[in-house]
Design a protein around this ligand. Structure first.
Ligand code: FAD
Ligand code: UQ1
Length: 419
């Protein structure tokens, strides 16, 4: 049976960061990355592609060029985790054993949880920046839209970059103004959440923006189904616990942008169904939220969107987790105490229009900003960072194992200042 000292399952942001870092330190042939994808996307750029500000090809690399040379790339998906035997089973049935495993499988997009989907994505008027295959359709739909009702949804489930569903709403609303159809267009943002954004400081500014720009916000509603013939979207009305009340609201749409519900990948959901201590009941990998080490299996670690940690799921969070994980994994491999802790940091550059960004940075306790000015104000500099700094920071920093998140800069910028 094939065996590796370190097995990295998932070669996205977190998996490539860890593989890049550890492949240099470990003997040749002792690190493998399992990933079925042929392409690696810079997903945070999808919002800008949807708004026509970048091209998908600018965000796409061959996975073979991103997985570090020196690592063995196993080009298949994990089908089953068997942590009690220190192995995984691939979709083709092969078993791969390990001493240590890092689970970095991201999220699965679950359009299938909405009635009528995924087929509806191929019908006129409907698009989604979350799906590599439909992100460009978003801009095409914007270009052919002649006015009417434009609806942007936010799901009743975890989602990566929870700001993205409203970023595309803002870029679209600006586009409608520029093309002279804004006065013929009703823009509606429908969210399952009670508020526009989870962090109060940014929610306050975003509320001003939706008011000023006449964007209708419907709270506590989740897209349930679409009828693509009559172009009707039906929403579940939710109660305080985000459960459907049984009541519905239907809206006619001419343009519908769908942010899908997300879940852990099937292999992790299977582990949850079998009540494996590898995951919680939903399939998030059960790790200590500070050390990122498995609660039950000490040779299991998780990074990124698949981890059962309370932070917002973003690439920015992955960078900060990476800083912790690379040290703790190294310590575990050398029988030392794990002493690095992830602080729950995440960031979401909220694109307000094609020149301004509100650079939200926060942890579950509240704002945690890098720069010594008020980042809740829409800023041109923050836009320039989002557009021109973040992509190279991702490709040359994060996935190469060289970007540890902005924590150090935050400390420097705030030296001598009251926190
Ligand atoms: P991913 O990078 O998604 O990688 C997961 C990997 O696992 C993939 O390569 C996949 O092929 C692989 N995989 C899947 N199934 C299997 C399997 N069965 N076996 C093995 N491997 C498997 N973040 C920000 O910080 N800022 C932003 O502005 C931002 N905007 C975003 C906008 C959009 C539209 C989207 C979609 C995301 C955005 N993000 C943003 C979020 C960011 O892209 C993710 O949080 C980040 O990529 C998570 O990294 P990860 O390594 O956990 O997962
Ligand atoms: C970040 O580190 C990161 O990962 C590379 C992102 O994803 C693209 C981000 O969007 C942000 C904002 C950060 C945080 C970095 C700084 C400089 C604030």
């Amino acid at each position: 049976i094939e065996h590796y000292k370190l097995l990295v399952v998932g070669g996205g942001a977190g998996g490539c960061a860890i593989a890049s870092k550890f492949v240099k330190a470990l003997p040749k042939g002792s690190l493998a990355v399992v990933d079925p994808a042929k392409f690696h996307y810079y997903q945070p750029g999808f919002t800008l592609v949807g708004g026509g500000l970048m091209k998908k090809q600018d965000l796409t690399k061959n996975q073979s060029d991103v997985i570090p040379s020196g690592a063995v790339w196993i080009n298949d998906g994990v089908n089953k985790f068997v942590p009690g035997k220190n192995l995984i089973v691939l979709n083709d049935g092969r078993e791969i054993a390990y001493d240590f495993v890092v689970i970095a499988t991201g999220l699965e997009l679950r359009y299938d949880l909405i009635e009528g989907f995924p087929k509806a994505l191929d019908t006129p008027g409907i698009s989604s920046i979350y799906h590599p295959q439909y992100v460009e359709k978003t801009y095409k739909e914007l270009q052919t839209f002649k006015g009417g009702t434009a609806i942007f949804t936010f799901p009743n489930a975890p989602i990566k970059c929870a700001g993205a569903p409203q970023k595309i709403c803002y870029l679209s609303e600006e586009y409608f103004r520029e093309t002279g159809i804004r006065d013929k267009t009703k823009v509606i943002y429908v969210t399952s959440l009670p508020k526009i954004f989870g962090v109060e400081k940014y929610a306050k500014e975003l509320n001003k923006i939706v008011q000023a720009r006449n964007i209708v916000v419907n709270n506590r509603q989740a897209l349930k189904k679409v009828d693509t013939e009559s172009k009707i979207a039906t929403f579940d009305i939710l109660d305080e616990n985000s459960q459907p009340t049984g009541k519905e609201q239907s809206l006619q749409y001419d343009f519908l942008h769908v942010a899908p519900p997300c879940s852990p990948i099937e292999a992790l959901r299977k582990a949850a169904a079998e009540k494996s201590p590898l995951t919680d009941e939903k399939g998030w990998v059960k790790v200590d939220p500070k050390t990122l080490q498995g609660v039950e299996y000490k040779n299991v670690f998780a990074i990124g969107d698949c981890a059962g940690t309370p932070n917002a799921k973003t690439a920015a969070a992955v960078a900060s987790q990476f800083k912790t994980l690379r040290r703790n994994l190294d310590a575990a491999m050398n029988n030392k105490t794990l002493n690095n802790e992830y602080d729950g940091y995440a960031s979401c550059p909220l694109v307000i229009d094609k020149k301004h960004v509100i650079l939200a940075e926060f942890n579950p306790q509240g704002p945690l900003e890098t720069f010594p000015w008020d980042q809740s104000k829409p800023s041109r500099l923050s836009y320039l960072m989002k557009r021109y700094l973040m992509p190279p920071l991702y490709w040359h920093g994060l996935v190469k194992g060289r970007w540890n998140g902005p924590g150090t800069y935050r400390k420097i910028f705030h030296l001598g200042m009251k926190k």
